[in-house]
Design a protein around this ligand. Structure first.
Ligand code: KG4
Ligand code: ZN
Length: 339
């Protein structure tokens, strides 16, 4: 089944064609980062307008790169939430129009479920790689979400814990903004931290105990207090602060993940979302989990961040299970994982 996936939940306009939820024929992402950068964050109305401009060219490009026309598409999958409602509606309306005019099955996809499906994808010229067996533990860490869940089957999740305040990526972006590092700042903090000493600045280790929930706003406040006391650092002191912050975030994520593995007895982990691109996170998790004999699966960087191939793949499983949406399908800004 060749599924056309469409995604516009935040600041990426994306379209992809995926065969049987696994083989990516094309994966086109148009980023709006340059539009939002002057404002230090995503401006919802500007996001919606840019999606309107980009959605048709992005779909055309995805079909062209797959070597297909709409005649070669068997179904359409669109993100229905969570995300910015005005942004979500753009790909959703495009998907509805395509499905209606071509008589194709349509299905709405949870964006978080999409992230947790990205690990199963491979390019058309790439041999199959090891993928996690079900059930396994999923750690989803993106700009909007931080969640630990048991992935029981495609589309079937049991949430174990989630952030009580900021998402991990949001904390990276807000700290980067405080440090004058621009938007989005996660990758910049990561790069600077590489030459920093994480022990040079003492930051709190938050959420000791407290089950499997996460929290990053206290850490962000600690960085803000450090800046108030010492001023905005430069040079080595900046690298040290970035390293200390990054270590504190990763330490909390790792501690909670290990607790979740102990609690569930699961032996495989996948890490999804934009923060899975973090180099310290990748190294620390791989090292700590290999010592425990737990297999860690992390998608390549381009599939950690928002894209539409993950939406097409998650849609494929829903379509195969018989799910069909009609034209009453609507965007749900606060859609939770498992819905
Ligand atoms: O998954 P994603 O593309 O979008 C959402 O669905 O939210 O994640 C974007 C987030 C941003 O907060 C960005 O700063 C963060 O991922 N990010 C990183 C890195 N690369 C991207 N955070 C830490 N280290 C990185 N290398
Ligand atoms: Zn995302």
């Amino acid at each position: 089944m060749r599924v056309l996936g469409l995604e516009s939940s935040c600041d990426e306009t994306a379209a992809a064609v995926v065969v049987d939820g696994e083989v990516v024929l094309s994966d086109v992402v148009s980023s709006q980062v340059a539009i939002h950068r002057p404002y230090g964050g995503v401006v919802p109305e500007l996001a919606s307008r840019a999606h309107v401009v980009q959605i048709v060219p992005v779909i055309e490009e995805a079909l062209a790169r797959a070597g297909l026309t709409l005649d070669g598409i068997d179904a359409v999958a669109v993100t229905r939430g969570p995300g910015l409602v005005g942004a979500l509606l753009v790909a959703m309306q495009a998907g509805k129009a395509l499905a209606f005019s071509r008589g194709l099955p349509l299905c709405g996809v949870n964006h978080l479920e999409g992230h947790l499906t990205a690990v199963f994808l491979r390019d058309v010229d790439e041999p199959p790689h090891p993928v996690p067996a079900f059930p396994h533990l999923g750690l989803l860490v993106s700009g909007g979400h931080s969640t630990l869940a048991v992935c029981r089957a495609p589309g079937d999740y049991q949430i174990l814990g989630a952030t009580r305040d900021d998402a991990a990526g949001e904390a990276f972006d807000k700290v980067a903004k405080m440090l004058g590092l621009g938007y989005p700042g996660g990758a910049v903090v990561d790069r600077l931290a590489a030459s920093g000493d994480p022990r040079a600045v003492a930051l709190p280790r938050s959420m000791r105990g407290r089950g499997l929930d996460l929290s990053f706003s206290g850490l962000k406040t600690a960085v803000s207090s450090h800046l108030a006391a010492h001023g905005r650092p430069t040079g080595q002191a900046l690298a040290d602060l970035c390293a200390a912050f990054q270590h504190a975030v990763v330490e909390q994520l790792l501690r909670k993940t290990l607790a979740a593995l102990d609690e569930t007895g699961l032996r495989e982990l996948q890490i999804a979302g934009g923060v899975a691109a973090n180099s310290h996170l990748r190294a620390a998790f791989t090292e700590a989990l290999s010592r425990r004999g737990v297999a860690v699966h992390i998608p390549p960087l381009r599939r950690c961040t928002d894209n539409a191939s993950m939406i097409a793949a998650a849609g494929y499983h829903r379509l195969r299970a018989g799910e069909r949406a009609d034209l009453s399908l609507n965007a749900v800004a606060g859609l939770a994982l498992g819905h």
